[in-house]
Design a protein around this ligand. Sequence first.
Ligand code: PMP
Length: 282
Amino acid sequence: TYVIVNGEFINRSEAKIDIEDRGYQFGDGVYEVIRVYNGKMFTGTEHLERLIDSGKKIGMDIPYTVSEIKQQLESLIDKNRLNLGTLYLQVTRGIAPRNHAFPSNDVSPTFVAYSKEVGRPVENMKTGVKTILNADIRWLLCDIKSLNLLGNLMAKQKAVEAGCFEAIQHRDGVVTEGSLSNISIIKNGKVITHPADNLILNGITRQKVLEICRNNDIPSSETPFTVDDLKSADEVFLSGTTVEITPIVEIEGEKVGNGSLGPITEHLQALFVKEIEKECGT
Ligand code: PMP
Protein backbone atom coordinates (compact mmCIF):
# COMPACT_ATOMS: atom_id res chain seq x y z
CA THR A 1 0.00 0.00 0.00
CA TYR A 2 0.95 3.61 -0.55
CA VAL A 3 1.62 6.17 2.15
CA ILE A 4 2.24 9.91 1.90
CA VAL A 5 5.46 11.33 3.31
CA ASN A 6 5.86 15.08 2.87
CA GLY A 7 3.66 15.19 -0.20
CA GLU A 8 5.18 12.15 -1.93
CA PHE A 9 3.46 8.86 -2.50
CA ILE A 10 5.75 6.00 -1.60
CA ASN A 11 5.44 2.35 -0.70
CA ARG A 12 4.82 1.78 2.97
CA SER A 13 7.92 -0.42 3.28
CA GLU A 14 10.05 2.47 2.00
CA ALA A 15 8.79 5.05 4.50
CA LYS A 16 11.42 5.99 7.09
CA ILE A 17 11.34 8.08 10.26
CA ASP A 18 14.46 9.86 11.49
CA ILE A 19 15.37 8.97 15.10
CA GLU A 20 15.51 12.70 15.80
CA ASP A 21 12.09 13.44 14.41
CA ARG A 22 10.42 15.49 17.15
CA GLY A 23 7.23 13.48 16.84
CA TYR A 24 9.16 10.32 17.64
CA GLN A 25 11.23 11.85 20.45
CA PHE A 26 8.77 14.23 22.13
CA GLY A 27 5.34 13.51 20.69
CA ASP A 28 5.79 17.04 19.36
CA GLY A 29 3.06 17.13 16.76
CA VAL A 30 -0.62 16.78 15.99
CA TYR A 31 -2.76 14.21 14.17
CA GLU A 32 -6.16 13.38 12.74
CA VAL A 33 -8.18 10.30 11.90
CA ILE A 34 -10.69 10.68 9.08
CA ARG A 35 -13.38 8.15 8.18
CA VAL A 36 -13.77 6.98 4.60
CA TYR A 37 -17.14 5.60 3.52
CA ASN A 38 -17.82 4.51 -0.03
CA GLY A 39 -14.37 5.74 -1.07
CA LYS A 40 -15.11 9.28 0.14
CA MET A 41 -13.98 11.24 3.19
CA PHE A 42 -16.65 12.02 5.76
CA THR A 43 -16.37 15.50 7.35
CA GLY A 44 -12.90 15.76 5.80
CA THR A 45 -12.89 19.56 5.79
CA GLU A 46 -13.78 19.73 9.49
CA HIS A 47 -10.98 17.30 10.38
CA LEU A 48 -8.40 19.13 8.27
CA GLU A 49 -9.39 22.50 9.71
CA ARG A 50 -8.97 21.05 13.19
CA LEU A 51 -5.54 19.68 12.18
CA ILE A 52 -4.36 23.11 11.10
CA ASP A 53 -5.91 24.62 14.23
CA SER A 54 -4.18 22.07 16.49
CA GLY A 55 -0.91 22.95 14.74
CA LYS A 56 -1.48 26.66 15.42
CA LYS A 57 -2.17 25.94 19.10
CA ILE A 58 1.29 24.38 19.46
CA GLY A 59 2.98 27.11 17.42
CA MET A 60 3.40 25.00 14.30
CA ASP A 61 2.41 26.13 10.82
CA ILE A 62 1.30 23.21 8.71
CA PRO A 63 2.72 23.93 5.25
CA TYR A 64 -0.39 22.91 3.31
CA THR A 65 -3.91 24.27 2.89
CA VAL A 66 -7.00 22.20 3.62
CA SER A 67 -7.66 21.72 -0.09
CA GLU A 68 -4.05 20.70 -0.79
CA ILE A 69 -4.19 18.02 1.90
CA LYS A 70 -7.61 16.95 0.66
CA GLN A 71 -6.25 16.41 -2.84
CA GLN A 72 -3.38 14.32 -1.51
CA LEU A 73 -5.75 12.21 0.58
CA GLU A 74 -8.14 11.68 -2.35
CA SER A 75 -5.21 10.37 -4.39
CA LEU A 76 -4.21 8.10 -1.51
CA ILE A 77 -7.75 6.69 -1.35
CA ASP A 78 -7.62 6.05 -5.11
CA LYS A 79 -4.15 4.52 -5.14
CA ASN A 80 -5.00 2.21 -2.24
CA ARG A 81 -8.49 1.48 -3.61
CA LEU A 82 -9.89 2.26 -0.18
CA ASN A 83 -13.65 1.93 0.07
CA LEU A 84 -14.39 1.65 3.81
CA GLY A 85 -11.73 2.59 6.32
CA THR A 86 -9.74 5.37 7.92
CA LEU A 87 -7.02 7.83 7.03
CA TYR A 88 -4.40 8.61 9.66
CA LEU A 89 -2.47 11.88 9.30
CA GLN A 90 0.20 13.30 11.49
CA VAL A 91 2.36 16.37 11.35
CA THR A 92 5.39 16.69 13.60
CA ARG A 93 7.59 19.71 14.15
CA GLY A 94 10.25 18.05 12.05
CA ILE A 95 13.79 16.74 12.39
CA ALA A 96 16.34 18.62 14.51
CA PRO A 97 19.05 17.85 17.09
CA ARG A 98 17.25 16.93 20.32
CA ASN A 99 16.41 20.08 22.26
CA HIS A 100 13.27 20.96 24.21
CA ALA A 101 13.15 24.43 22.62
CA PHE A 102 11.50 24.56 19.20
CA PRO A 103 13.93 24.43 16.25
CA SER A 104 14.37 27.46 13.98
CA ASN A 105 11.92 28.19 11.19
CA ASP A 106 14.02 26.50 8.50
CA VAL A 107 13.13 23.12 10.01
CA SER A 108 10.01 22.00 8.20
CA PRO A 109 7.30 19.76 9.63
CA THR A 110 7.14 16.05 8.79
CA PHE A 111 3.78 15.18 7.23
CA VAL A 112 2.73 11.54 7.07
CA ALA A 113 -0.56 9.95 6.02
CA TYR A 114 -1.66 6.39 5.45
CA SER A 115 -4.90 4.49 5.02
CA LYS A 116 -6.38 1.42 6.63
CA GLU A 117 -9.40 -0.74 5.83
CA VAL A 118 -11.80 -0.73 8.78
CA GLY A 119 -15.43 -1.81 8.91
CA ARG A 120 -18.14 0.09 10.75
CA PRO A 121 -18.50 -0.81 14.46
CA VAL A 122 -21.92 -2.38 13.86
CA GLU A 123 -21.76 -4.91 16.70
CA ASN A 124 -20.89 -2.35 19.42
CA MET A 125 -23.48 0.04 18.01
CA LYS A 126 -26.19 -2.57 18.50
CA THR A 127 -25.25 -4.22 21.78
CA GLY A 128 -23.46 -1.32 23.45
CA VAL A 129 -20.23 -1.33 25.45
CA LYS A 130 -19.12 -1.53 29.07
CA THR A 131 -17.10 1.23 30.68
CA ILE A 132 -15.16 2.12 33.80
CA LEU A 133 -14.80 5.48 35.51
CA ASN A 134 -11.34 6.97 35.73
CA ALA A 135 -9.89 10.18 37.14
CA ASP A 136 -8.90 12.51 34.30
CA ILE A 137 -5.25 13.21 35.11
CA ARG A 138 -4.37 14.68 31.72
CA TRP A 139 -3.04 18.16 31.04
CA LEU A 140 -5.24 21.24 30.54
CA LEU A 141 -4.95 21.53 26.75
CA CYS A 142 -7.09 18.55 25.78
CA ASP A 143 -8.62 20.57 22.93
CA ILE A 144 -5.39 20.06 20.97
CA LYS A 145 -5.27 16.79 19.06
CA SER A 146 -1.71 16.22 20.19
CA LEU A 147 0.42 13.13 19.59
CA ASN A 148 1.00 13.01 23.35
CA LEU A 149 -1.58 10.39 24.23
CA LEU A 150 -0.07 8.69 27.30
CA GLY A 151 -2.89 9.81 29.62
CA ASN A 152 -5.44 8.50 27.13
CA LEU A 153 -3.52 5.25 26.57
CA MET A 154 -3.29 4.55 30.30
CA ALA A 155 -7.01 5.22 30.73
CA LYS A 156 -7.89 2.92 27.82
CA GLN A 157 -5.58 0.18 29.11
CA LYS A 158 -7.26 0.31 32.51
CA ALA A 159 -10.61 -0.17 30.78
CA VAL A 160 -9.30 -3.10 28.74
CA GLU A 161 -7.88 -4.77 31.84
CA ALA A 162 -11.32 -4.45 33.45
CA GLY A 163 -12.89 -6.14 30.40
CA CYS A 164 -14.37 -2.85 29.23
CA PHE A 165 -14.28 -0.84 26.02
CA GLU A 166 -13.82 2.67 27.29
CA ALA A 167 -12.82 4.71 30.36
CA ILE A 168 -15.13 7.60 31.20
CA GLN A 169 -12.87 10.30 32.58
CA HIS A 170 -13.91 12.90 35.15
CA ARG A 171 -12.27 15.85 36.92
CA ASP A 172 -13.45 16.08 40.53
CA GLY A 173 -16.69 14.37 39.58
CA VAL A 174 -17.35 16.32 36.37
CA VAL A 175 -17.36 14.03 33.34
CA THR A 176 -15.04 15.22 30.58
CA GLU A 177 -14.61 12.61 27.84
CA GLY A 178 -13.45 9.07 27.10
CA SER A 179 -9.93 7.96 26.20
CA LEU A 180 -10.78 8.05 22.49
CA SER A 181 -14.30 9.39 22.37
CA ASN A 182 -16.66 12.09 23.64
CA ILE A 183 -19.35 11.18 26.14
CA SER A 184 -22.99 12.30 26.07
CA ILE A 185 -25.87 11.51 28.39
CA ILE A 186 -29.59 11.65 27.69
CA LYS A 187 -31.89 12.73 30.49
CA ASN A 188 -35.61 13.33 30.03
CA GLY A 189 -35.15 13.44 26.26
CA LYS A 190 -32.27 15.92 26.29
CA VAL A 191 -28.77 15.18 24.98
CA ILE A 192 -26.12 16.67 27.28
CA THR A 193 -22.37 16.76 26.64
CA HIS A 194 -19.37 18.63 28.07
CA PRO A 195 -18.82 22.09 26.52
CA ALA A 196 -16.04 22.41 23.94
CA ASP A 197 -13.43 24.01 26.16
CA ASN A 198 -9.81 23.14 27.02
CA LEU A 199 -10.84 19.98 28.92
CA ILE A 200 -12.03 17.93 25.94
CA LEU A 201 -11.28 17.35 22.30
CA ASN A 202 -14.10 19.00 20.37
CA GLY A 203 -14.93 15.83 18.46
CA ILE A 204 -16.11 16.19 14.88
CA THR A 205 -18.60 13.40 15.56
CA ARG A 206 -19.74 15.25 18.71
CA GLN A 207 -20.31 18.37 16.61
CA LYS A 208 -22.21 16.33 14.01
CA VAL A 209 -24.44 14.86 16.74
CA LEU A 210 -25.22 18.36 18.07
CA GLU A 211 -25.99 19.55 14.53
CA ILE A 212 -28.30 16.55 14.02
CA CYS A 213 -30.08 17.42 17.29
CA ARG A 214 -30.56 21.04 16.21
CA ASN A 215 -31.93 20.04 12.80
CA ASN A 216 -34.29 17.41 14.15
CA ASP A 217 -35.80 19.13 17.19
CA ILE A 218 -33.95 16.91 19.64
CA PRO A 219 -33.16 19.03 22.72
CA SER A 220 -29.44 19.26 23.41
CA SER A 221 -27.10 21.20 25.62
CA GLU A 222 -23.36 21.66 26.06
CA THR A 223 -23.27 21.71 29.84
CA PRO A 224 -20.91 20.05 32.33
CA PHE A 225 -22.54 17.07 34.08
CA THR A 226 -21.43 15.00 37.04
CA VAL A 227 -20.73 11.32 37.61
CA ASP A 228 -24.04 11.21 39.52
CA ASP A 229 -25.87 12.65 36.47
CA LEU A 230 -24.10 10.02 34.37
CA LYS A 231 -25.19 7.18 36.63
CA SER A 232 -28.81 8.33 36.71
CA ALA A 233 -29.04 9.08 32.96
CA ASP A 234 -31.65 7.38 30.81
CA GLU A 235 -29.11 6.70 28.05
CA VAL A 236 -25.38 7.27 27.64
CA PHE A 237 -23.39 7.09 24.43
CA LEU A 238 -19.90 7.75 23.19
CA SER A 239 -19.06 9.35 19.89
CA GLY A 240 -15.98 9.38 17.72
CA THR A 241 -14.71 8.95 14.19
CA THR A 242 -14.14 5.20 14.41
CA VAL A 243 -16.73 4.38 17.11
CA GLU A 244 -19.45 6.56 15.52
CA ILE A 245 -22.36 6.62 18.01
CA THR A 246 -21.97 3.70 20.41
CA PRO A 247 -24.29 3.16 23.38
CA ILE A 248 -22.77 2.71 26.82
CA VAL A 249 -24.80 0.04 28.57
CA GLU A 250 -22.72 -0.46 31.70
CA ILE A 251 -20.66 1.81 33.97
CA GLU A 252 -18.50 0.20 36.66
CA GLY A 253 -20.68 -2.93 36.51
CA GLU A 254 -23.96 -1.01 36.85
CA LYS A 255 -26.51 -0.97 34.06
CA VAL A 256 -27.42 2.26 32.28
CA GLY A 257 -31.21 2.38 31.95
CA ASN A 258 -32.32 -1.15 31.13
CA GLY A 259 -28.84 -2.06 29.90
CA SER A 260 -29.43 -1.98 26.17
CA LEU A 261 -29.47 0.43 23.22
CA GLY A 262 -31.95 3.21 24.07
CA PRO A 263 -34.48 4.78 21.68
CA ILE A 264 -32.89 8.23 21.35
CA THR A 265 -29.39 6.81 20.81
CA GLU A 266 -30.85 4.52 18.15
CA HIS A 267 -32.60 7.48 16.51
CA LEU A 268 -29.32 9.45 16.49
CA GLN A 269 -27.52 6.48 14.92
CA ALA A 270 -30.09 6.40 12.12
CA LEU A 271 -29.83 10.16 11.54
CA PHE A 272 -26.03 9.87 11.55
CA VAL A 273 -26.17 7.25 8.78
CA LYS A 274 -28.28 9.69 6.76
CA GLU A 275 -25.51 12.28 7.15
CA ILE A 276 -22.96 9.74 5.91
CA GLU A 277 -25.14 8.95 2.92
CA LYS A 278 -25.66 12.63 2.19
CA GLU A 279 -21.92 13.28 2.08
CA CYS A 280 -20.49 10.00 0.81
CA GLY A 281 -23.36 8.37 -1.08
CA THR A 282 -24.40 4.80 -0.39
N1 PMP B 1 -11.87 12.67 22.48
C1 PMP B 1 -10.69 12.04 22.34
C2 PMP B 1 -9.72 12.07 23.45
C3 PMP B 1 -10.40 11.36 21.13
O1 PMP B 1 -9.22 10.76 20.96
C4 PMP B 1 -11.37 11.34 20.10
C5 PMP B 1 -11.11 10.60 18.82
N2 PMP B 1 -10.18 11.26 18.02
C6 PMP B 1 -12.57 12.01 20.29
C7 PMP B 1 -12.79 12.66 21.50
C8 PMP B 1 -13.64 12.05 19.23
O2 PMP B 1 -13.28 12.95 18.22
P1 PMP B 1 -13.75 12.77 16.72
O3 PMP B 1 -15.24 12.67 16.75
O4 PMP B 1 -13.29 13.99 16.04
O5 PMP B 1 -13.13 11.53 16.21
